[in-house]
Design a protein. Structure first.
Lengths: 300, 330
């Protein structure tokens, strides 16, 4: 499989004005994501997960390193990358339907009004929204807003879907039903998904591979876990799967005990870029190690 | 709740009218007792008339001269009553008392109501440059406010967008705005009159300059505080800068802009009355001043109420727009 999305030696440094020391959130992150893959990224707060997602979406830029989407450098946000933010980011002055239509009309500028409308309604239906689509976001429940956000992202039919803790603010029941819908929709659309989550079960339910990140500053992807449970998975039969508990325990063990161990010693990032230009190295060193480590662990 | 507040409002209104009526009523009696000094009373009581007789004749509305005539004839009040009242002696009553309240006393609510009715019956009459109906006066004032206000929108909203979008523009222009803002709009009037040499356009300029600041500052503030999330949505959808401004920033800041307009229109309506008093010619402000000069207090008070009511409607009008474009943050 060829890589569809790839990050090469990504480093993010926040320059601070009051504190004299600049903050390196993560350093030398490298990864590859294949077309149609579902990736979940887990890590403690402050490890830069959301920053990675923003860099992948083009809304933020890495201090060092590059992101390649389908061979092209990602340096700005665009329609090829649909994003669902943590706080769903709907435009509050537009109704649910108009919010989705807004995105669809921006993508398909040659479409007629009725075609945009039909397309939007279809995707809202896919996210189980029918009666309430003419309401403003403030009149919708948290779960419904999140569905509208997802519907807008799905309706764009982008090649890459970026989800930043989309279910973080939802109660367990709503979360479960939207997860099921996400599984269904992803199966239908075969999109490539990069999703940030705090929920280990959610990650196992949805992901093909899980990126485990060590704590920041100087965070990195410590392990990449292949979720070896056959798809389609559902919340009800997930627990019966053979590898479920092994995978789950492994991740929790990492998050509780080992996420601090792998912190790398800071090196001078400027030097590194000159000595290893990302364009030259086809596969980054760190990622290689992580991959072999993870495959060993899954095998054992 | 609504009924209670309405009842309370009406109570306040009646209390106000009652006190007003009471106050102006007292004034009438005061006028009469002042009408005759103690020396005049003692002069009148030299003849057949007693002091209470004189006062009751004053109550009937007779002047000092008329009572002197009665005194000179040498009849008592009992004689007058027996003959069939003062009218039998050829005196007209009431003239003095009414005139006294109309010209020197403060008009009673009833009088203001009567005057208002007269004015409202024919609001568009035109009897020459100094005598036009309240409708015509209002139209001129509203026209000046409308033109000045619209000009202010045309300048303030785009400029506010620039200040809000570019911190450099904000920092460069804010000192000037802060200096210009607190200047009373009327202080510009002589400058405008000298430069433009046209009172009509000068008053429009004064409205323009007083309306511009709240709109400018509100627009700039609204634009600079548009949530980054909304802009991110626009950016991920590859909207152009112009689309970003019109489809994201404008609707996002609309409530703030309209709130600025609401403040502006209130100030503009305050200022136009003062400006017209200075400039003269025509308009509600001039109308109030003209009625004052002619001591038509009832008509003046009517005009003051009209100014208040029109101001209320202007505020409600913009308030409707604020409500229409308002949205609930989530």
């Amino acid at each position: 499989m060829s890589s569809f999305l790839r990050g090469e030696l990504l480093t993010k440094i926040f320059e601070s004005e009051d504190k004299h020391e600049p903050l390196t959130v993560f350093q030398d992150l490298s990864f590859e994501i294949h077309k149609g893959e579902f990736i979940c990224c887990i890590g403690h707060s402050g490890c830069g997960k959301s920053t990675i997602l923003n860099i992948l979406s083009g809304l933020d830029q890495a201090t060092l390193g590059t992101v390649l989407l389908d061979g092209k450098v990602v340096d700005r946000p665009g329609l090829d990358k649909a994003v669902v933010f943590q706080n769903h980011s709907l435009l509050p002055w537009l109704s649910a339907l108009k919010n989705v239509e807004f995105g669809v009309a921006a993508k398909h500028r040659d479409w007629t009004k009725s075609k945009v409308h039909q397309h939007s309604v279809d995707f809202l239906k896919l996210c189980s929204l029918k009666e309430t689509i003419d309401r403003k976001p403030s009149q919708l429940s948290g779960g419904m807003r999140q569905r509208v956000g997802l519907a807008r992202a799905f309706a764009l039919e982008s090649e890459l879907l970026l989800l930043d803790e989309p279910f973080g603010a939802l109660d367990a029941l709503t979360r479960g039903s939207i997860q099921d819908e996400l599984v269904n929709i992803c199966r239908q659309t075969e999109q490539t998904v990069f999703m940030i989550t705090h929920d280990v079960d959610e990650a196992i339910l949805l992901a093909d591979r899980i990126f485990l990140m060590s704590n920041g500053p100087y965070a990195t992807i410590s392990e990449i876990i292949n979720v070896d449970i056959p798809k389609p998975r559902s919340r009800t039969n997930l627990f019966k799967a053979k590898n479920y508990y092994a995978t789950r325990n492994h991740i929790i063990d990492f998050l509780v005990n080992r996420c601090n161990e792998t912190r790398e010693k800071p090196t001078t990032p400027g030097k590194k870029k000159i000595s290893f230009p990302p364009e030259v190295s086809p596969q980054a060193e760190g990622s290689d190690i992580a991959l072999t480590a993870s495959s060993k662990k899954v095998a054992s | 709740m609504k009924r209670k507040s309405l009842l309370l409002s009406l109570l306040f209104l009646f209390a106000f009218l009652f006190i007003w009526a009471l106050a102006t009523e007292r004034k009438k009696i005061d006028v009469k007792s002042i009408a005759l000094s103690t020396s005049q009373v003692s002069e009148l009581t030299k003849g057949q008339l007693s002091k209470p007789d004189v006062l009751s004749l004053v109550e009937l509305g007779l002047t000092f001269e008329q009572i002197t005539q009665i005194s000179d004839i040498g009849v008592s009040l009992a004689d007058i009553d027996a003959a069939g009242g003062v009218k039998a002696f050829g005196f007209t009553t009431g003239g003095v008392a009414e005139e006294a309240t109309e010209t020197t006393g403060f008009p009673s609510p009833a009088l203001v109501w009567k005057e208002s009715w007269e004015q409202l019956k024919d609001p568009f009459y035109d009897k020459g440059p100094n005598d036009k109906g309240i409708g015509i006066q209002l139209m001129y004032s509203l026209k000046r406010v409308a033109v000045g206000f619209i000009l202010a929108i045309i300048v303030a909203v785009p400029l506010g967008f620039i200040i809000g979008m570019f911190p450099v523009a904000n920092m460069a222009l804010m000192p000037y705005i802060q200096i210009l803002k607190p200047i009373s709009p009327l202080a510009w009037l002589p400058v405008a009159l000298y430069i433009i040499k046209d009172s009509e356009q000068a008053s429009i300029f004064v409205i323009f300059i007083c309306s511009i600041w709240p709109m400018l500052i509100n627009t700039a503030f609204g634009v600079s505080s548009v949530k980054k999330d909304y802009l991110n949505i626009g950016n991920t959808l590859e909207l152009s800068k112009l689309e970003l401004a019109f489809k994201i920033m404008l609707p996002a800041t609309a409530p703030t802009i309209f709130t600025g307009m609401r403040i502006s229109i209130g100030i503009a309506w305050l200022v136009i009355v003062a400006a017209e008093m200075v400039i003269g010619g025509i308009g509600v402000g001039y109308f109030v001043w003209n009625e004052w000069n002619g001591l038509n207090l009832a008509s003046m008070i009517f005009a003051i109420f009209v100014i208040g009511i029109v101001g209320l409607f202007l505020d409600l009008l913009i308030g409707l727009l604020v409500k229409k474009f308002n949205y609930e943050e989530i």
